[in-house]
Design a protein around this ligand. Structure first.
Ligand code: FAD
Length: 490
C-alpha cells in the first residue's frame, strides 16, 4: 500500500518550505521530504523584498520577520577590512518604499526564515519528514508515484503532483532530462561563518558589504549580528586552519583567534531550466534557476515560485481551475527567472561601482513592477516592456495590483485568498456576481487601477491584476464568468 498525498514536495529549503506552507494554508494535503536532518544553519539568502513580504503576509508569517523601515546600506570595495577604501556606495533604503506596499523589507537570514516557514507549514497541517529522501519517481496521467527512503526504510508515495524544490543540483530536474541554459558555472566559493570581536576592525553602522579584491582572499565579508560574521571567499575547499589564516589576513590581525562556526563550499552559477514543468512535476527555487547572490534574488524568487505554484495547484486540485492553469506557472515564472539572473549578473559585474539611484529603481521595477504574460491574465496591449515603474502603476492586467491606502489600511491587505473584485462607487452592479467584491470610493484607487467609477478590476490570489474593465458592461455577471472561465482554464 502506498501512502497518499495531494502534493509531494522534495526539499526543505525556502522553495520547499514555502510551497508546503502556502499549499497547506489552502487546505492542500502536503507531504514534504528532506534528506537533511533539519533546516539549514547558514544565513545564505539574507533579506526579503517587499513583494516577498506581501506574500509572506498572505500566510500570516510576515509579522515574525524582522523589518527595516529606513537606513543606509554601504557597499565598500577594498583589499582588507581595515585597509584603504578603493570605492564605496551608500544607498538609502528609505526611498519612499511605503508608497509602494504596506509591507516593509525584511532582514532575516535564511537560517531564521526556514524555521519560521517550517513552523507555519506544520501549523497549517503539512507533514514534513526530515532524514528522508526521494529515491525515484515516475508519472502517469493520473499522478506521480515516488519511492522515498527514511529512518524506517523505503516506502512508496502516490501523489497528484510533485514539486521539485530540491535545489541547484535537482535530481528531479535531471531525471526529467530538463536542460539548463545561461552563463553556467562562475566560480567556486567557500562561505565561512565565524565569531570574533572585530569592533576595532569594522564599524558597526551602516551595515556594510565589504567586497574584497585581494589576490590571496578574494570575496565578500558582512557582519551578520554582533560578533558573528560571514566571509565568502573564492576557493575550492578549506579546512578550519585555512579559514583562520584567511580571516587573519583580511582583518590584518595575525594573532586573531576566530571561532569557526560553519564552513560551506558552494558554486556560483547562472543557469535557468529550459522548462519549469513536465506533466505533473513542477520545478521551484534553485531547481528552476540558479543566480549569483548579487541582488539577493535567489531566496526571494524561491518564495515567489512557491506562492505561484501553490495557488495554482490548490485551484486545480479543488477543481475551481482546469489543469491548463498550471501551464501559466512556466509562462509566468520562467521569464522572472531569466530577468533576475540577467540582473544579478549585471550587478556582479558592476559590484560596488554603480549609481545607487538607478540601482534602487531597477530593483523595485523587478520586484514590484514585474509583468506576467500568460493565459491567466487577459492582456490589453502588446507593450513589449517587461516591467513598469511601480511608483506610477498602470493597473493593467499582468501587473501587480497597486497599493492604495484606504482608511489607514492597504488595498493589498484584501488579497491573498481567492479572486477579488474591486470596483468604484458606481459599481454596485458587481456585488451580486458571486465573487468577494469591494466597492471603493477613492479617486486615487480609480487612477491607480485605471478604471471608472462603475468599472472593475479582477485581482488574482497572488495580488496580480487578471482583468479590468473601465465601465460596467450590460451584463457584469456574464462578463466576469467569461473572464474566469478563460483565466482559470476551465
Ligand atoms: C552562499 C550563498 C549565499 C546566498 N545568498 C543569497 C542572498 O543574499 N539572497 C538570496 O536571495 N539568495 C541567496 N542565496 C541563494 C539562496 O540560498 C537560494 O536561492 C535559496 O536557498 C533557494 O532555496 P531552494 O529551496 O530552492 O534550494 P535549497 O535551499 O538548496 O534546498 C534544496 C533542498 O533539497 C534537499 N534535497 C535535494 N535532493 C533531495 C532528495 N532527493 N530528497 C530529499 N531532499 C533533497 C536538499 O537537502 C536541500 O535542503 C545564496 C546561496 C548561497 C549558497
Amino acid at each position: 500500500m502506498s501512502e497518499r498525498a495531494s502534493v509531494l514536495i522534495v526539499g526543505a529549503g525556502l522553495a520547499g518550505l514555502g510551497s508546503a506552507m502556502f499549499l497547506a494554508r489552502r487546505g492542500v494535503d502536503v507531504l514534504l521530504v528532506e534528506r537533511r536532518s533539519g533546516t539549514s544553519p547558514f544565513p545564505r539568502a539574507v533579506g526579503q523584498n517587499q513583494r516577498t513580504m506581501e506574500l509572506l503576509g498572505f500566510a500570516g508569517v510576515a509579522g515574525d520577520v524582522p523589518t527595516t523601515e529606513h537606513g543606509e546600506f554601504r557597499v565598500r570595495v577594498a583589499a582588507t577590512l581595515p585597509g584603504p577604501t578603493f570605492h564605496e556606495v551608500i544607498s538609502e533604503t528609505d526611498t519612499g518604499l511605503g508608497a509602494l506596499s504596506p509591507a516593509l523589507p525584511g532582514t532575516a537570514g535564511q537560517d531564521e526564515m526556514e524555521p519560521l516557514l517550517r513552523r507555519r507549514a506544520e501549523e497549517f497541517g503539512a507533514t514534513l519528514r526530515f532524514d528522508t529522501e526521494l529515491v525515484s519517481f515516475s508519472q502517469d496521467n493520473d499522478g506521480v508515484t515516488a519511492v522515498i527512503s527514511g529512518p524506517d526504510g523505503r516506502s512508496e508515495v502516490r501523489a497528484d503532483y510533485l514539486v521539485a524544490a530540491d535545489g541547484a543540483r535537482s535530481g528531479v530536474r535531471e531525471a526529467l532530462g530538463i536542460e539548463r541554459h545561461g552563463a553556467g558555472k562562475l566560480g567556486q566559493n567557500v562561505s565561512i561563518v565565524f565569531d570574533a570581536d572585530l569592533s576595532d576592525v569594522v564599524e558597526p553602522a551602516p551595515p556594510t558589504l565589504h567586497v574584497l579584491h585581494n589576490p590571496d582572499a578574494n570575496g565578500v565579508f558582512i557582519t551578520i549580528d554582533g560578533d558573528r560574521h560571514l566571509f565568502s571567499v573564492n576557493a575550492e575547499k578549506l579546512d578550519d586552519d585555512q579559514c583562520v589564516e584567511l580571516i587573519r589576513l583580511i582583518t590584518e590581525r595575525p594573532s586573531l583567534a576566530p571561532r569557526i562556526v560553519a564552513v560551506m563550499p558552494w558554486e556560483m552559477a547562472a543557469e535557468v531550466a529550459d522548462r519549469l514543468r513536465v506533466g505533473r512535476v513542477l520545478l521551484a527555487g534553485d531547481a528552476a534557476k540558479v543566480t549569483p547572490p548579487s541582488g539577493g534574488f535567489g531566496g526571494n524568487t524561491a518564495i515567489g515560485d512557491a506562492y505561484d505554484l501553490a495557488w495554482k495547484l490548490a485551484a486545480v486540485l479543488d477543481s475551481t481551475a482546469g489543469p491548463g492553469l498550471l501551464d501559466s506557472y512556466d509562462a509566468e515564472r520562467r521569464p522572472i527567472a531569466e530577468r533576475v539572473v540577467a540582473e544579478a549578473l549585471r550587478l556582479a559585474a558592476n559590484r560596488g561601482v554603480t549609481e545607487e539611484v538607478s540601482e534602487a529603481q531597477r530593483a523595485v521595477e523587478l520586484t514590484l513592477g514585474f509583468r506576467y504574460r500568460s493565459w491567466a491574465v487577459v492582456a490589453e496591449d502588446d507593450d513589449p516592456l517587461d516591467a513598469e515603474d511601480p511608483y506610477r502603476p498602470s493597473g493593467r492586467p499582468g501587473f501587480r495590483a497597486p497599493h492604495v491606502e484606504l482608511d489607514g489600511k492597504s488595498i493589498v491587505d484584501l488579497f491573498g485568498d481567492g479572486f477579488v473584485l474591486l470596483t468604484g462607487k458606481d459599481g454596485l452592479c458587481w456585488t451580486d456576481t458571486g465573487l468577494p467584491t469591494h466597492v471603493i470610493d477613492s479617486d486615487e484607487f480609480l487612477a491607480r487601477y485605471g478604471i471608472g467609477p462603475s468599472g472593475a478590476s479582477l485581482v488574482r490570489p497572488d495580488g496580480v491584476v487578471a482583468w479590468r474593465i473601465v465601465d460596467a458592461p450590460s451584463d457584469p455577471a456574464q462578463a466576469l464568468l467569461d473572464v474566469l472561465t478563460s483565466v482559470l482554464a476551465r
